[in-house]
Design a protein around this ligand. Structure first.
Ligand SMILES: Cc1ncc(COP(=O)(O)O)c(C=O)c1O
Length: 389
């Protein structure tokens, strides 16, 4: 049996593989979203990946906002060590060490950190904690998978606020909706799939006012990729005592999407609630990897450099083609191809390039992730013919 598995997964070639297979595997959109379809519907095609993990050979995987240059060597070394201790439940020492490292970096107390199996787990827990209190007020287009988790359990509703004409989050309209009966305000900064960072002063002022009425969650999964994370993060508001939760992940800049590690920063009381609501105990390998690379500045700046290089390749191509795109500060670019996004996705798939399909009714907008430089090159070469330029 073991032989069969290794043959099937490790030796099989890429022949007959569809790019959809790469997209279907671990897309981050759980089966739960099948109940209520939101901005991020699950990919519907399931094709076996004979390589078991990672994209099948020959597939340019540019649909999931991963960092293919990770995990960092500093993380891999620790994963190997953790594997050798895999017989044991994760020690509290490891949990405390990671919480302390995170707290030190952000100038908060370790009790303010909740550590979860990817930030998605914390975000789902938050939706379940606050959803029953009243609607989750959010921009119409945001990474809604975890809010939908609570919706599908009958524990939340989402009050979606239309984006502004420039596709940015309408903070004024969101604030106008917020009352003490609001369960939660959920913002994503930088936002997914737009890649836009909210104007710092306006965001912080609005968040402070809204946090006086209800809890404000700012999902900062991509913040380390932004031009100036220190200026744009809402973590200082937590230190000032505002009712704010910030979530971060090791899935993006740290290149550990498959390893699963994320965290929130909040008041100690809220951190305790999130930790108590989270449903899993993260593997020792995840803790070890996170401890290994959290302060690996060399890897972080290397990754940021690769993302910038790839993003520039994409935007230069879009400029040449005269296509409109949003000024992203993330590892993806949302652009207006002028063609139905699902057709564009299929056309790229025919060339073994995986990009995202349509979000909601944004019919002719496509999201492409930065990835390996050679894969982005393939995207840039294929784009003109696909958009008919
Ligand atoms: C905005 C945003 N937040 C959170 C997540 C979840 O990340 P993870 O659960 O891997 O930490 C994603 C995943 O793509 C995302 O785009």
């Amino acid at each position: 049996m073991a032989y069969d598995i290794s043959r099937r997964f490790l030796l099989a070639g890429a022949t007959g593989l569809s790019v959809a297979g790469a997209t279907a595997c671990a897309s981050g959109a759980s089966a739960l979203t099948e109940t209520t379809e939101g901005a991020f519907p699950p990919e519907k095609v399931a094709v076996e990946n004979p390589y078991l993990l990672g994209p099948p050979e020959g597939i340019a995987l540019l649909s999931r906002n991963e960092n293919p240059y990770g995990p960092a060597p500093s993380a891999l070394k620790m994963i190997e060590y953790a594997g050798s201790k895999g017989a044991y439940y994760t020690s509290q020492d490891a949990v405390k060490l990671l919480a302390t490292m995170i707290a030190e970096r952000h100038g908060v107390a370790p009790e303010q950190i909740a550590i979860t199996t990817g930030s998605g787990e914390a975000l789902s827990a938050i939706a379940m904690i606050y959803g029953p209190n009243g609607p989750i007020v959010a921009p119409r287009l945001f990474w809604d998978t975890t809010a939908l988790y609570a919706v599908n359990l009958g524990m939340a509703t989402i009050d979606r606020v239309p984006l502004k004409a420039d596709m940015s989050t309408d903070l004024v309209a969101i604030e106008a909706k917020v009352t003490p009966e609001t369960g939660l305000v959920q913002l994503c900064n930088p936002n997914n799939p737009t890649g836009l960072v909210a104007p710092e002063a306006e965001l912080k002022a609005a968040v402070k006012r809204m946090a006086a009425k209800t809890t404000v969650l700012v999902d900062e999964a991509y913040m380390e990729l932004a031009d100036d994370p220190d200026a744009n993060t809402c973590i200082p508001l937590i230190k000032e005592g505002h009712n704010v939760i910030v979530s971060r992940t090791f899935s993006k800049i740290y290149g550990m999407a498959g390893i699963r590690m994320g965290y929130t920063i909040s008041s100690p009381e809220v951190a305790k609630k999130i930790q108590a609501t989270a449903m899993s105990w993260s593997p020792c390998t995840s803790y070890a990897a996170a401890i290994g690379c959290y302060n690996d500045e060399k890897f972080i700046s290397f990754s940021k450099g690769k993302v910038r290089e790839a993003r520039e390749m994409i935007t230069t191509t879009l400029d040449t083609l005269g296509l409109v795109y949003l000024p992203s500060q993330t590892n993806f670019v949302y652009f207006k191809s002028g063609k139905p996004a699902n057709d564009v996705q299929k056309a790229f798939a025919a060339q073994k390039i995986s990009v995202r399909g349509q979000y909601m009714d944004y019919v002719d907008w496509t999201r492409v992730s930065t990835g390996k430089i050679e894969d982005v090159e393939r995207f840039c070469k294929a784009l003109p013919a696909i958009v008919g330029a």
